[in-house]
Write a protein that binds this ligand. Sequence first.
Ligand code: SAM
Length: 278
Amino acid sequence: MAGTLYIVATPIGNLEDMTYRAVRILAEVDLIAAEDTRHSLKLLNHFNISKPLTSYFDHNQQFKGERILNALRQGRNVALISDAGTPCVSDPGYNLVRDAVAEGISVIPIPGACAAIAALSGSGLPSDSFTFAGFPPSRQGKRRVFLTALAHLPGTLVLYEAPHRLEETLLDIRETMGERQVVVARELSKIYEEFIRGPVSEVISAAALGKARGEIVILIAPGEVLPKETEALDTLLQRLLDEEGLSVKDAARKASVITGSSRSEAYAEALRLRNGTE
Ligand code: SAM
């Protein structure tokens, strides 16, 4: 009979967040697959767990995945852990779980810490509906496309980001989504845990001052949700110019955020309408 694959969450900073069940399962399995064996050894030593360890990370997933599946087929129980938090959440694991499920191998998640969920629960932003979108692309062009595609979802948007890219990502959030409320949750469960809350421009100032170091989750409050029938760009601009009395620049900015059109296209259209109406 095949063994069981356990997907075990580990702490995201504070070792007290390790669950009793996680400790027991890690002590009972035949093999532990870890993203970084040296890193995980510290955790295992802390809990006096001594088990065979094998690595399972992004670049050896295919080769190691097959070996881990073989161990499971032979009836050995395997636990998968990542460097921190829940495996498969912006961490390796998905391919292995998919393949195990496809073979009918039993997969049991052992719940525990996850930075996205911890950040959401302490953010003060709406939590009844949210989207977790992982890390934005590191290059600006792709990042803006990525953010624009997420701009009109209902619910809070949760992102992971590296601290050295925080400021540029916040600037792109303002550019693509407008002046939203955001929360930067940093160093969760650690000594310098902090929530920086406010309109994105204020949080950008804090980030520019280097106040947001360490590990970071960005949360963005829901914005204007697009109606099913998107108002045509020109109708919307006409309304913003005439009824709301906005300047060409402000109308273009707002219309591009609402419709997802580029700022330059909205500006050109607003200019054309303004010139036509004057
Ligand atoms: N699997 C992990 C989880 O369940 O949260 C996430 C792994 S991902 C490679 C690492 C990212 O998670 C970091 O870059 C940061 O965005 C976020 N993160 C991890 N630990 C954190 C912490 N203690 N405080 C804030 N963010 C954290």
